[in-house]
Design a protein around this ligand. Structure first.
Ligand code: ADP
Length: 477
C-alpha cells in the first residue's frame, strides 16, 4: 500500500501534525492508499510557495511555458497505465474510462501548451494621437477545489489553461480521490514546471478547502462540485471580491424527435446516463422522447441495460461501483423516491449486493418511465446510472420540459431536420448542446453552465480568457 503526502515545493511535505486518512476501493472496501491530510500550516506554506513560484513562472516566455506543458503531456502518457489503474482503484470507474481520462488529461496539457504563445491582445484604434492595446495577464495563485468523479481529467482541465497563462495553482482534490492529483504534481515538476507552481493539498472540504480559498494570497478560485458548496464558496469570495468560476451540477435533457435514427439514439443515450456510473455533471439523465417513438426507444434501452455488465472497474465492466458508500446511499434514496412519486421502473431500481458485489457500492442501471417533469427524479441531480424518460407531443413542449429545471449544463437533440436542430439548440437554456451524438465535442469546445449549473467556461480558447485578466494600456502620443 502506498502512502501519499501533500506536494509542496516539489517535495513530499511531511508534517508531524498531518492526520492520515484511508483511500478506499469502492469495489471492495479495501484500503488502496493512505493519504496525509494537509494541515492548516501546510496549506499556508503551499499558497505562499505558489505565490513565490508565480514570480518566476509568469516571466517564463510563453513559448517555454508551452513546451513545459507539452512535456507534462508526454510524461502523463508514459505513466498512463499506472495512472489509469490508480484512478479506477480510487473512484471505481471502468478501467477503459480511466484510460480515456488519462489520455484526455494529456490532451489538455498538449492543447493548452500549443495555445501558450498564441493568446494575442488587441490594438484599439483611437486615432493618431493615441496607442491603445490589451494584454492578458495571469491572476497569480489560483485555488482549485475539485470533485471525485474525474479527478485527473478535471485537475488537468483547470491547470493546463491556468498554467499556460502564467498562473500558479494550489489544488485540493476531493478527499476520496487524491492519489492521481498528487502524482500529477510530481509529473509536472519532473517535466520542468518550477517547484511550487503546482502544489496539491489533499484533505477534507472544510479542513483544507476552507483555509485554501480563505488564504489572502489566493487571487482566483476555480470550483467544480455541488451547488451547495459552490454557493457557499461564492459567498466567501464575495467578501474579498475574488473572481470565482463555478462548474456545478446538471440534469441534462436529451431530446429525441420522431425522425431520429433510433438505434443510434439508444446507443448514445445509454452512454449518456451510464458513463462513470452516471457520476458525470453533464450526464444526459432526462430522456425526452416524442410519443410516437417512446415505446421503441424504451425497449432498446431496456434491452441494452439487460446486457450490461456490472463489477469491479479493473475488470472493465459497463458499470463499476459508485464512488463511495455515501453516494450509494444517495442514489438508492432517489430510487425509492422515484417509485414513491409514481414513476414506473422499466429496468433496475435495486442495489446489487449478491456475492462479491456486496462488499462494494453497486447499483443496477435504472430506467424510469411515466416520469412527470415536476417529480424529484426529473428535477434533482442524482449522480448515479438513473434515467428518467418523459414523453412529449410537440417541439414546443419538448423545449419547455427541457428548460424546466434550475440547471443548464448540457443538452442533446436527435433529429434529421437541420432547421429544427438549430431552432431547438437556440431555445435551450444550456451551456452545451449536442446534436445527434451525446457528449459530442471535447477539450476544444467551451464548457460551462447556464442558470444554477454555474458560470465561467472551461475548455477551448475561452478557458484561457477565464484564467487571465485583460489589461488595457492607452498611451497619449
Ligand atoms: P460532492 O457532494 O459531490 O462531494 P462537494 O461540493 O461537497 O461535492 O465537493 C466538491 C469539492 O469541494 C471537494 O473537493 C470537497 O472537499 C470540497 N468542499 C466541500 N466543502 C467545502 C468547503 N466548505 N470549503 C471548501 N471546499 C469544500
Amino acid at each position: 500500500m502506498e502512502h501519499y503526502y501533500p506536494v509542496i515545493a516539489g517535495d513530499d511535505y511531511i508534517d508531524g501534525d498531518a492526520r492520515p486518512f484511508d483511500s478506499l476501493d469502492p469495489a471492495t472496501g479495501d484500503i488502496v492508499a493512505v493519504v496525509d491530510e494537509t494541515t492548516s500550516a501546510a496549506v499556508d506554506a503551499a499558497v505562499l510557495d505558489a505565490q513565490r513560484a508565480g514570480i518566476k513562472w509568469r516571466s517564463v516566455r510563453p513559448l517555454e511555458r508551452g513546451r513545459v506543458l507539452t512535456r507534462i503531456a508526454e510524461k502523463i502518457r508514459e505513466q498512463a497505465e499506472e495512472l489509469a489503474r490508480l484512478e479506477t482503484l480510487d473512484n471505481g470507474q471502468p478501467i477503459s474510462q480511466s484510460r480515456n481520462d488519462v489520455e484526455v488529461a494529456a490532451r489538455y496539457f498538449e492543447y493548452y501548451g500549443g495555445w501558450a504563445d498564441k493568446v494575442y491582445g488587441q490594438t484599439i484604434p483611437l486615432g493618431e494621437r493615441y496607442h491603445s492595446y490589451t494584454r492578458h495577464e495571469p491572476f497569480g495563485v489560483v485555488a482549485m477545489i475539485l470533485p471525485w468523479n474525474a479527478p485527473l481529467q478535471q485537475a488537468a482541465r483547470g491547470l493546463a489553461p491556468a498554467l499556460a497563462m502564467g498562473n500558479t495553482a494550489v489544488v485540493k482534490p476531493a478527499e476520496i480521490t487524491s492519489v492521481t492529483t498528487v502524482l500529477l504534481a510530481k509529473i509536472a515538476i519532473e517535466a520542468g514546471l518550477p517547484p511550487g507552481a503546482l502544489n496539491v493539498v489533499p484533505g477534507r472540504g472544510r479542513h483544507v478547502g476552507g483555509p485554501l480559498v480563505g488564504h489572502p494570497a489566493v487571487s482566483k478560485i476555480a470550483f467544480t462540485g455541488s451547488f451547495e458548496t459552490g454557493s457557499a464558496l461564492m459567498r466567501l469570495a464575495a467578501d474579498r471580491v475574488l473572481p470565482i468560476g463555478l462548474e456545478l451540477g446538471g440534469k441534462s435533457p436529451n431530446i429525441v424527435f420522431s425522425d431520429a435514427d433510433l438505434e443510434r439514439v439508444a446507443a448514445s443515450s445509454w452512454t449518456a446516463f451510464t458513463l462513470k456510473g452516471g457520476q458525470v455533471c453533464s450526464a444526459g439523465t432526462r430522456l425526452l422522447v416524442h410519443r410516437s417513438v417512446h415505446d421503441e426507444i424504451v425497449a432498446l434501452l431496456v434491452d441494452r441495460a439487460g446486457r450490461a455488465t456490472v463489477g469491479p472497474g479493473l475488470e472493465d465492466p459497463d458499470l463499476g461501483p459508485l464512488a463511495s458508500a455515501q453516494q450509494l446511499e444517495t442514489v438508492t434514496q432517489y430510487l425509492d423516491i422515484g417509485v414513491a412519486e409514481g414513476a414506473t421502473l422499466a429496468y433496475g431500481g435495486r442495489r446489487l449486493d449478491d456475492g462479491a458485489l456486496g462488499k462494494g457500492h453497486f447499483v443496477e442501471p435504472t430506467i424510469f418511465v411515466d416520469v412527470k417533469s415536476h417529480m424529484t427524479i426529473a428535477q434533482e441531480e442524482i449522480f448515479g446510472p438513473v434515467l428518467s424518460v418523459i414523453p412529449f407531443d410537440t417541439e414546443e413542449e419538448a423545449v419547455q420540459i427541457a428548460n424546466d429545471t434550475p440547471f443548464g449544463l448540457a443538452a442533446g437533440i436527435w433529429t434529421r431536420d437541420i432547421s429544427r436542430a438549430h431552432r431547438v439548440a437556440a431555445e435551450l437554456e444550456s451551456g452545451q448542446v449536442f446534436v445527434n451524438e451525446y457528449f459530442a465535442g471535447g477539450i476544444e469546445t467551451p464548457f460551462g453552465g447556464f442558470k444554477t449549473s454555474g458560470f465561467g467556461r472551461e475548455k477551448g480558447f475561452e478557458a484561457l480568457l477565464h484564467y487571465s485578466e485583460t489589461k488595457t494600456v492607452t498611451v497619449r502620443l
